[in-house]
Write a protein that binds this ligand. Sequence first.
Ligand SMILES: Nc1ncnc2c1ncn2[C@@H]1O[C@H](COP(=O)(O)OP(=O)(O)OP(=O)(O)O)[C@@H](O)[C@H]1O
Ligand SMILES: Cc1cn([C@H]2C[C@H](O)[C@@H](COP(=O)(O)O)O2)c(=O)[nH]c1=O
Length: 197
Amino acid sequence: MLVTLEGLDGSGKTTVWEALHDAYPDAVFTREPTSDSWYGEAVNRAIDDDDADPLATLFLFTADHADHLSRVVRPALADGNLVVSDRYSDSRYAYQAAALSDSDLRRPMEYIMGIHAAFTRPPDKTIYLDVDPETAAARSGATNKFEQAAYLADVRANYERLIDAEPERFVRVDATQSPEDVLEAVEAALEEILAEQ
Ligand SMILES: Nc1ncnc2c1ncn2[C@@H]1O[C@H](COP(=O)(O)OP(=O)(O)OP(=O)(O)O)[C@@H](O)[C@H]1O
Ligand SMILES: Cc1cn([C@H]2C[C@H](O)[C@@H](COP(=O)(O)O)O2)c(=O)[nH]c1=O
């Protein structure tokens, strides 16, 4: 089963993802952008480059996803593992659709989803850590172009579109709570997800 953690920068995904390692020692924990491949390194260069072309950035993230799928996600699922990914395809649909909103693409989110549809493995469930853009930007330190409150407001609106389209896949957790309460809510959600499967 593939469970993904999604949310704005600073919503607390990585904090939760790290804490879950103890509760689920047999699960495969992974992330996007990947941290152990040259594709992930290329993505990180694009994130840190304020002048990076947004369409080129989309394709770098998508290449990293393709490598992540073939090298980590599909083999782990084939072995029957629970896979928990800190960010996954929804990050592209939410973030790159926002970055490309002023481009020549008429419907950026649909375009990005179309590129993925041919090869991706959709998540079985997605835990969405919901936080307002101002809190997100403040927590993340606004250190790169994606961590700005105005941009994150557009990203959040895109996540809401995704949730509206597939309400049964998403579990929303209020990420403005204390880290302990957020973790408790995520662990409860994950227990329910695993019990249902
Ligand atoms: N529930 C919370 N309340 C207050 N601060 C939090 C909470 N969760 C995480 N933080 C703090 O916010 C910062 C960002 O947390 P974290 O890295 O887990 O977020 P993230 O969603 O993974 O962000 P990014 O997507 O930018 O990597 C850290 O300093 C972390 O300690
Ligand atoms: C996977 C993915 C990520 N992003 C953005 C979101 C963050 O600002 C950075 C890095 O992610 P991290 O969780 O802070 O390490 O990249 C994106 O725009 N599109 C994506 O597909």
